[in-house]
Design a protein around this ligand. Structure first.
Ligand SMILES: N[C@@H](CCC(=O)N[C@@H](CS)C(=O)NCC(=O)O)C(=O)O
Length: 205
């Protein structure tokens, strides 16, 4: 049994999608930002979600690492291309890009006070975060031109990760209309029964 530490609308969404694709048995512990469970920092030192306790009792953080671990643990679940598959390099590239470029940039908007000691400079941090996130989304949008999914011909957890980030974008249209390829992928995913069901809880749209 896995235990997922999460809250609606958080990065727990993509991990929950991977657990569901895997058919793994799991429970969800809801972690409120302002009041995480006592001792939560022992599981997640930055007191962030998602975190996942494995059946052997160890707990890991980092959404991309968790998704990759689940993909390795459940190779037949089609969470992503297997090690050695032709599409694997692109899959790894996008999992790393989404988690190391776009995720923290969007968090810089929402936790702007962590990125400056100038209390009068918070709006500037937020504005810069949006510009940088848009630069990242444009890279992804251009890469999706002429293809259905990020990694080869098949949907993977990288596409679901992208949908989550696109819906976090703080500016009105989510995702922005001009990212026609990201919009197309998100629309296709919204018709996926699993993604639609998870959205009942996470409320991205
Ligand atoms: N690098 C982490 C980032 C996790 C993260 O930033 N989680 C957010 C919610 S989506 C959070 O818990 N933020 C609370 C905080 O940083 O205090 C990952 O990929 O899982």
């Amino acid at each position: 049994m896995y235990t997922l530490y999460s809250r609606p609308g958080s990065g727990g969404f993509v991990v929950e999608a991977a657990l569901r694709m895997a058919g793994a048995a799991y429970e969800v512990v809801r972690v409120e930002k302002a009041s995480p469970p006592a001792g939560y920092e022992k599981l997640s030192p930055l007191r962030q979600v998602p975190a996942l306790t494995l059946p052997d009792g160890r707990t890991i953080t980092e959404s991309a690492a968790i998704c990759l671990l689940l993909q390795e643990t459940f190779p037949s679940a089609e969470i992503g291309p297997a090690a050695g598959a032709h599409e694997r390099p692109e899959f790894l590239r996008w999992m790393a890009f989404l988690s190391s470029m776009l995720y923290p940039t969007l968090m810089r908007f929402f936790f702007c006070e962590r990125s400056t000691t100038d209390r009068g400079g918070l709006d500037a941090v937020k504005e810069a975060a949006i510009v940088e996130a848009d630069r990242g989304f444009l890279v992804v949008d251009q890469a999706l031109a002429g293809r259905d999914w990020l990694a080869g011909g098949q949907k993977s957890i990288a596409d679901i990760y992208l949908l989550m980030l696109a819906y976090w974008h703080p500016v009105a249209d989510k995702p922005r209309d001009e990212w026609i390829n990201i919009v197309r992928v998100c629309e296709a995913l919204k018709r996926d029964p699993l993604v639609a069901e998870l959205n009942e809880k996470h409320r991205f749209w």
